[in-house]
Write a protein that binds this ligand. Structure first.
Ligand code: NAG
Ligand code: NAG
Ligand code: NAG
Ligand code: NAG
Ligand code: NAG
Ligand code: NAG
Length: 419
């Protein structure tokens, strides 16, 4: 989310058939995609390893289990199994122990973060360290209770997550040779994270300064911001100028039609965008944010044919020519966005679902709000969003340039997310 612009990558697909998912794995199309680190599992032929001295190592994907306290304020509640992955390929006595959680996702599939394909392993390689990837509580299969009901989520807080990292470092007997003699104080522990887990790294260093010798926080989103309209601002500034000018003009037009109170004009717009069945106006204009959320899937390696570029091309290329920096203006852009949204984008976004099911947020009986199975990163993540971090991605203040409709305000997000 915040990670200020580009990071934020899709999360791994999971077995749990929780709810009627969108093709992109989200619960719902009026919720931002999760900002979780990209999974990074090594190909099978690179998973077999040995130490520098030639001693064989277990396969990288070997899963270990740690008995983690359910409630750090009340250890008598008992423990749950927290999954982790670990290697000592580069370890030599005196080297650091490098710990990372991918944060808000199932942590299976992150074994690349054990190896020197990542900064974690590069540090281990250089400093003779060992690496660990640990699954965050309430994600994947690391759950205090067998479901994600509100009662079970009671111990899903950032403070408990911080204390998990500390308790793990203080208590674990690592399965490597000498792994019972590397507690903090005996070996330097280094905590690494990116995006939310980068923030968690920074918060851990401040909140519990004595366990980790160093922290490495990448794209860390350390501030909680309820009305995080600025999420869209770097997109507005750095996307093609013609495209941002036209998006702004189209959104202003939608808002003006809504404000005019002319229901038949608003309905005509909904129809033009393939959302005639969507009941609530904020769900309709909110759905248009999807084209902008696609920005966060861009990275230097993703190439040109990404959804975000397809979107801008749909608005800005007319008869083989693209608009200058001012865009084509609202008349062309409104129609071009409508055609693209209705015929190409929305069907892709929603799969077989009708638009109201896909983008409507008012029906509390939909399975995305009611399903409580574990391994549902979206549900676990939105619990933290609502309770602790906010980061609602809505309209800019009135008067500031906005790519997002004024109908989108944090109060609406809070209402739908707390169904
Ligand atoms: C949650 O959302 C992400 C995209 O934001 C998706 O990739 C993932 O598969 C979703 N589902 C689960 C169960 O985590
Ligand atoms: C590890 O990967 C191998 C090869 O893909 C697979 O056969 C094995 O089941 C995996 N083990 C675990 C614990 O996932
Ligand atoms: C990474 O480690 C492997 C051994 O696992 C080694 O062969 C390779 O040279 C290392 N890569 C770099 C860039 O140091
Ligand atoms: C409402 O908008 C429609 C165009 O969609 C227009 O024909 C009609 O005159 C408008 N009504 C009023 C009262 O402005
Ligand atoms: C106009 O839009 C096209 C198509 O998306 C883009 O390739 C081009 O860079 C944009 N030009 C300007 C000046 O914004
Ligand atoms: C863009 O083109 C329009 C005509 O289509 C023209 O009026 C305008 O001045 C041009 N803007 C820029 C920045 O070149």
């Amino acid at each position: 989310m915040l990670h200020t612009v580009t990071l934020a990558l899709p999360l791994l697909a999971l077995a749990a058939s929780v709810a009627a998912r969108l093709p992109d794995g989200r619960l719902h199309a009026n919720m931002p995609p999760l900002p979780v680190l990209k999974p990074f599992a090594l190909p099978i032929n690179e998973r077999k390893q040995h130490t520098r001295t030639g001693a064989p190592l277990p396969p990288l994907n070997t899963t270990y289990y740690f008995d983690q306290l359910i409630d750090h304020n009340n250890p008598s509640l008992g423990t749950f199994k927290q999954r982790y992955w670990h290697t000592w390929e580069f370890y030599e006595h005196g080297g650091p122990i490098i710990l990372m959680t991918p944060g808000e996702g199932n942590a299976d599939g992150y074994t690349g973060y054990l190896t020197n394909s990542t900064i974690n392993g590069r540090i281990a390689q250089q400093e003779n360290g060992a690496t660990i990837v640990i699954e965050h509580r309430y994600y994947g299969l690391s759950n205090p209770y067998p479901d994600l009901t509100v009662a079970s989520l009671k111990y899903h807080t950032i403070q408990q997550a911080i204390e998990d990292l500390v308790y793990f470092a203080d208590t674990v007997k690592l399965p490597m040779p000498g792994g019972d003699k590397v507690a903090p104080g005996q070996a330097p522990w280094v905590l690494i994270g990116g995006s939310y887990s980068g923030a968690l790294t920074a918060w851990t260093k401040i909140n519990k300064p004595h366990t980790f010798w160093a922290g490495y926080a990448s794209s860390a989103v350390v501030e909680s911001i309820t009305d995080f309209w600025q999420y869209f601002d770097p997109i507005r500034q750095f996307m093609p100028k013609n495209c941002s000018a036209d998006v702004e003009a189209v959104i202003q037009h939608w808002d003006a039609v809504y404000a005019s109170g002319n229901t038949s004009a608003f309905n005509a717009l909904k129809d033009q965008y393939g959302m005639s069945d969507v009941v609530h106006p904020d769900d309709v204009t909110g759905a248009l944010r999807n084209n902008l959320w696609d920005w966060q899937s861009l990275s230097p390696t993703t190439g040109h044919n990404q959804l975000f570029w397809q979107f801008c091309d749909a608005l800005e290329v007319k008869d083989g020519k693209s608009a200058n920096a001012s865009g084509w203006g609202v008349d062309h852009a409104l129609a071009a966005w409508g055609t693209y949204f209705k015929n190409t984008y929305l069907p892709q976004l929603c799969g077989g679902q009708d638009a109201e099911t896909c983008v409507g947020t008012y029906d509390a009986s939909q399975s995305e709000w009611t399903s409580t199975e574990v391994d549902d990163a979206n549900r676990s993540w939105y619990w933290i969003v609502c309770n602790e971090v906010g980061w609602f991605q809505d309209a800019a203040p009135v008067g500031a340039p906005s790519l997002v409709s004024q109908l989108l305000q944090p109060s609406g997000d809070e209402a739908s997310l707390s169904h």
